[in-house]
Design a protein around this ligand. Sequence first.
Ligand code: AMP
Ligand code: TRP
Length: 326
Amino acid sequence: MKKVLTGLQPTGEITLGNYIGAIKPMTKLQDEYDSYLFVADMHSITVAQNPKELRNNIKKLLALYLACGIDPNKNTIYIQSENEYHTNISWLLECTTYFGELSRMTQFKDKSKKNANFSCGLFTYPVLMAADILAYDIDYVPVGIDQKQHVELTRDIADRFNKKYGDTFKLPEPLISESGTKIMDLTDPIHKMSKSGDNEKGIIRMLDEPEVIRKKIMGAVTDSEATVKFDMENKSGVSNLMNIYSAITGKTNEEIEKEFENCNYGEFKRSVADVVVAEISAIQEKYYKIINGNELDEILDKGINITRKIAKEKYEDMKNKMGLGR
Ligand code: AMP
Ligand code: TRP
């Protein structure tokens, strides 16, 4: 069985964009693949975090995974920092990665511009991501387009290691969600809806109250044309709402255009709000049961036992091939 793996950082409360772009696709992939899903808490500390908030966000994210339909019987679910072999492997890989390669990573260039005192971890972040993937001989890595460069670097590092020390790693492929599933900010629809965006009105959070979600959708930026038609370039606001509606209902753009042919934007937005609120309310109901229950610990214990064994074996193999230790 082929393997897929992905992780999300526990930074801020996840959005409808994360759900549609990253979690919902995993709920489909879990039926076909041996699936690994983790919380990338070690990646999150590459920028400053409040320890109390971080711990809280880790648990929230895990509960949301399950509430969103990630099945613990079909996925190995774990917390990155509980498996020390990720960082052990990462160090060995750092020594087979060039400074120049990491300097070219666009996410590093963007993030390091924002704060002149950035950490070394922000720079080596992609190598830890490579370790997350290479430890498990993963075939596919479902990520958003912003992470594609990191998966490509992972392939380069793996290939170099294989050539230097002998066949050790499988070369993973990024699985990029279609452009249609990139959800934009409701108030600024040329930018992606981001966990860390500054304008809350443009961001739908998975734990927002239904009335809040409704208000945000009704206030979404549109245009003066008043026809529901897909045109990301000229009608980005309406097209974004169509993407959201499509991702939840499974309807195509043509079907949506037809459904709202004689409707104004207010009616269209109400329908979008109805489906989003219905989907998110069901998720929230499950979420509150999980966060107040104790099933998470058992799932995480199982996940960490499985992944530690696999990652340890890979680490020992690498160490041997590199001539480390006795
Ligand atoms: P991030 O929130 O940037 O840590 O991203 C976590 C995962 O969610 C990555 O696979 C992203 O590509 C995906 N993602 C984040 N924001 C969006 C969005 N607005 N639309 C679709 N996918 C997203
Ligand atoms: N860097 C990813 C993000 O910010 C999270 C991540 C860490 C990841 N390790 C990974 C994703 C390994 C896929 C595979 O979205």
